[in-house]
Each structure stands twice: as C-alpha cells, then as structure tokens.
Design a protein around this ligand. Sequence first.
Ligand SMILES: Cc1cc2nc3c(=O)[nH]c(=O)nc-3n(C[C@H](O)[C@H](O)[C@H](O)COP(=O)(O)O)c2cc1C
Length: 399
Amino acid sequence: MTNAVFETASLAGIQLKNRIIRSATHEGMADEKSFPTEKLKNLYIRLAKGEVGAIITGYAGIQADGKSSLFAMLMIDNDDCVPAYQEITNAVHNYGTAIIMQIAHCGRQTRSKSTGLQTVAPSAIRDAFYNEDKPKELSEDEIRQIIDNFVSAIVRVKQAGFDGVQLHLAHGYLLSQFLSSHSNRRKDRWGGSTENKYRIVDEIFKKAKKRVGVYPILVKMNAYDGRRNGMRIEESVQIAQMLEKSGCAAIEVSCGVIEDGLYSMRGEKLPADAAMAYTFKYKNLPGPIKVIAIPVLKAFMKQPKPLVKYNLDAAIRIKAAVNIPVIVVGGINNIDDINTIIQNHNLDFVSMSRPFIIEPGIVSKFKNGTQTHSKCITCNYCAIIGEEKSLKCHYGKLK
Ligand SMILES: Cc1cc2nc3c(=O)[nH]c(=O)nc-3n(C[C@H](O)[C@H](O)[C@H](O)COP(=O)(O)O)c2cc1C
C-alpha cells in the first residue's frame, strides 16, 4: 500500500499531521543567554498553523566551543534553559504539531573569535572556509566529554517536551567531521575504519538510551559530500545500517559541507554580493577589492548541479538498505514531486527548509490546492545573512 502525503503518519511513534517536515533551519532567534525568544515561538506557531507535519528546530549547541559563529544560535548546554524550551514545545503542541530539536557541535566549522574558545575537531586540519583557526585535535578525554554533553543535551530535550531529538551528523559539523575521512585522519579507535569513525555516534546512542529509555533519536546525515576522501554513498549506506543497529529512529538524508560553498543548499547563482556584505571572510575587504572579487567569485565558484531533488537518489539507496523511516531533504519545492517521492519512490517523509522561510504556511497551500510550487527563488541570502541577522526571506535583495 502506498502512503498518502496528507494523511497522518507515525515517525518512530511521533504522530505527524502529514509527511512534510520543516527541516532544521538556524533561526538566529536566541536571546543573550542563548535561550529561545518570543520571536522564535511565534515563528514556530506560524509553521504549526500552516499545517506542517513536524518542525525540526534550527541546530542547538551542546557545549560552548561547539557554538556556531552565526548570529544568535540556540544552546541546550545547561539545565536552566529547559523551562524556556518547555514554553516552545507547549506552544507548538497547542496546535497538535510535533516538534523535534536538532542538536549539534560545530567542531571546526566555527570561529574562536565568536566562541572565545579554541576550535576543536577530530584532526587538526584547517577548514577551507573557517581557515583563520586551525582546530585542535580532540583528546580521548575531550571526546568522552563531548559524548557526555550530547547525552545530557538529549536528556534536556526530552525534559523540555520535544517529541524527539535529531543529531546533526551532516554538513561538516563535528559528528560529520568524525564520519568523513576527509576531516578525520585519526589513527586511534576514533578514526580509520568506518566502525572507528562511527564510534562516537554509537557511544552517544548507547549512553543516551540508558538515560532516556524509549525516546526517538533521529539523525540528519550526509550521504555524500564531494570532498577528496570524503563521504560517498557506499559508505553512507553502511553508516545508515550501523545507525539502525544503534537504535536510530529515522534518518534524514542530506549532503555537503560548508567549505564547499552552498553544496547542501543549491541555487542558480552564487550570492556573491550578500557574501561580500555579510560574510566574515569578505565583509572587511576594501571596497575596490570587493568590486573585483564579486565577478571572480561568481566565475570560479560554480554552483553544483542538479538544483532540485539532489539527495533523492541517495535517499532511495539508503531506504533500500534499512528498516527505519527515511526523510529526504534538498531542493524539493513542489507538491507533484512530493507526491511522487512518497508514493512512487517509497520514501517515508520529505523535508524542506527554504520553502518554509518564504512561506511558513506552504503546507496548507499545497493541501488545499491554492499553490503547487514554492515561491522561493533559492537566492540563498537567508543563509549568508544569517551570519549577522535573524532568519528571514530576502528574496534576492540586500536592502
Ligand atoms: C538559512 C538556513 C539555515 C539552515 N540551518 C540548518 C540547521 O540549523 N541545521 C541543518 O541541519 N540544516 C540547516 N540548513 C539546511 C537545510 O535544513 C536543508 O538541508 C537545505 O537548505 C536544503 O533543503 P531546501 O532545499 O529545502 O532548502 C539551513 C538552511 C538554510 C537556508
């Protein structure tokens, strides 16, 4: 029997109104304590009113040195934040909508200048984008501490009333750095074979299960990243099977790392003018250099192709190898494709990020047939300007 997009569905025991999920999207709406704000709550209410199947929050940090350098990231690194998150989950549950928190450590994809701390990574290799900081290779004790902090964060997520938690294993953040031989060159039991690279994730699952019992722990993972010695589909299929063994509740399939530009959120054109105005690497360049740099960037940084449904083939391969729900994200922007993905390709759920930024109510528009395509033009200014400002759709305009 095929699944229907707009029927209620169970995602590892979480009841969803339909099969369309809001993928994790950094909102930049935390307060000075990195707690969620009223503005964030109102955004989630708009998404819930718009009949999204479930909301996955923007990534929340599990410890200070893993905090993003983007504007106003959420943190879930101490017990004091739990009541503030409870307010969020209560507000969303009032609309009968499920909410899952994504948690992360940014590893080498952050800046000492914003965290005030040394950046850390599986191996001391500079990131090609965040290359002002050479990360410190994590010691055995530090890896253990990170595992414990992920577990404590999962406990808090459950206490705060989220319906589940999602570990960020994608886009080149710390756990993704461990999984990829491009960034993990360790010779000890945390590097080398796929089993060794995966060990940190397995340990988080084992320890978390002891603390939270039966509670949905999902992941978002890279199926491939296009980096030299990086993640390839053959290995990500193996990792998906290991995740299933560890007790993972569902896998969201994504791709790419930050140093590769906008590989994981593709668009027609490079948002060079936004990058020059907002990205820490370019914004302080003298004006005349910027004028030259914009066409150079545009000429040399070609946008990867395809632009739509770029993780679908990988998700189909992962789905064929596991018996847990698989969610596909990336360039999904219209209801016909969503129907085909769910009904013909047998994937369990689709998720979208950018279509919800321009239209938080897009699911109800799809459902009642008033709109078939997202209005997003994939300018990606939302992602670039997120370095300094809260999330909003800029629709290709700087001012
Ligand atoms: C502004 C912005 C912020 C994002 N923040 C996150 C995040 O916190 N965690 C995450 O896993 N992915 C994040 N992403 C990636 C999206 O979840 C998604 O994987 C990607 O944009 C492709 O999906 P789309 O084509 O539906 O936008 C972000 C994307 C955008 C545009």
